[in-house]
Design a protein around this ligand. Structure first.
Ligand code: GLU
Length: 317
């Protein structure tokens, strides 16, 4: 468990990690396409991982539809998916609790975690008033002082588990957004690794999975840009190799709102009724300036011209 999977001959390994909480929309396809192109132009491997951590929102039928849509568009994966192709499975997060449990035990034995009894309403009421973007900075209400010694264990029944964060800048470079500097103490405070209801937190699961699956490049929407700092902190503590980060602009609708799974017109269900896969990929490539002409094409056609992602702030569809 201490070592990440060594990738053969430094092959780039990318992944697409959708949450099966609805049908994919054009923005999801953009992330999948860029991630696929980025590794495929370098003869790399592409993994499909199903991020079904949240039992209330995840549905198996959506995972099946995501697979069907990706295949229909010509975005095939080399490893992963519901059929668990490959040696790093299982590829559904709901089946990977044993890995997360081992890592949480390790972090706890390092004296880095503590139980938290705060409810969300308590946290919101102690939040600094200037957090207008909806971000919650944990005030450290349950943080023990002094910090617990190594090999502390505690009862987590009915409470969440948090990790101490340092009051220092975490620096990283994103392929699209460049140099970043995030102080976790100011950005989010001590964050949750496991929720009170037992569900694993995204930040822990994504690091464990990307590391154990040998992922070398993470491509995803820019809404997760700052989460990378939380993830880098975990990578560093666990001694894992940190992947390259590539956050891409979100697609927005005409009203300037980011596309969501509720934007029916841009969902794969509607798009598939009206267009061929080549039309969808061709139009998406044109909108996102991967091509200069709005012409039908397949993901494979784009391999010859794909070079790098042009930084854009938002893309209106
Ligand atoms: N599961 C997340 C989503 O569907 C993506 C997480 C990631 O790529 O790190 O938005």
């Amino acid at each position: 468990m201490n070592n990440t999977t060594k990738t053969d001959n430094n092959t780039p390994v990318g992944r697409y990690a959708p949450s099966p909480s609805g049908r994919m929309h054009l923005g999801n396809i953009y992330a999948a396409l860029i991630s696929w192109l980025s590794v495929k132009t370098r003869r790399g491997r592409w993994i499909l991982r199903i991020e079904d951590l949240d039992p209330q929102r995840s549905r198996h039928e959506y995972a099946r539809l995501i697979e069907d849509d990706l295949q229909w568009l010509g975005l095939s994966w080399d490893e992963g998916g519901l059929d668990n192709i490959g040696k790093h499975g299982p590829y559904c997060q709901s089946l990977r609790s044993h890995f997360y449990d081992q890592i949480l035990t390790r972090l706890t034995s390092m004296g880095l975690t503590y139980p938290c009894h705060c409810r969300r309403s308590d946290i919101l009421s102690t939040q600094a008033p200037h957090q207008s973007d909806g971000r919650v900075v944990y005030a450290g209400t349950c943080r023990p002082a002094p910090r617990p010694p190594f090999n502390t264990s505690y009862d987590t029944q009915g409470c969440s588990t948090r990790i101490y964060v340092p009051d220092r800048d975490i620096l990283f470079t994103d392929k699209v957004y460049g140099q970043q500097s995030v102080n976790l103490a100011h950005h989010c405070g001590d964050f949750i690794l496991r929720r009170a209801d037992g569900a694993w937190a995204y930040q822990l699961a994504v690091v464990v999975d990307d590391a154990l699956m040998g992922v070398t490049e993470v491509v995803r929407g820019n809404d997760l840009l700052l989460s990378s700092a939380q993830q880098i902190y975990l990578y560093e503590l666990l001694g894992y190799n940190i992947p390259q980060w590539c956050h891409i602009p979100l697609l927005v609708n005409k009203a300037g709102q980011r596309l969501s799974k509720r934007d029916g017109a841009m969902s794969m269900e509607e798009l598939r009724k009206k267009h061929s896969p080549e039309r969808i990929i061709g139009h998406l490539a044109y909108l996102t300036r991967l091509t200069d002409h709005d012409e039908d094409c397949t993901p494979t056609d784009l391999l010859t011209t794909f070079n790098t992602i042009r930084p854009l702030h938002s893309i209106t569809v």
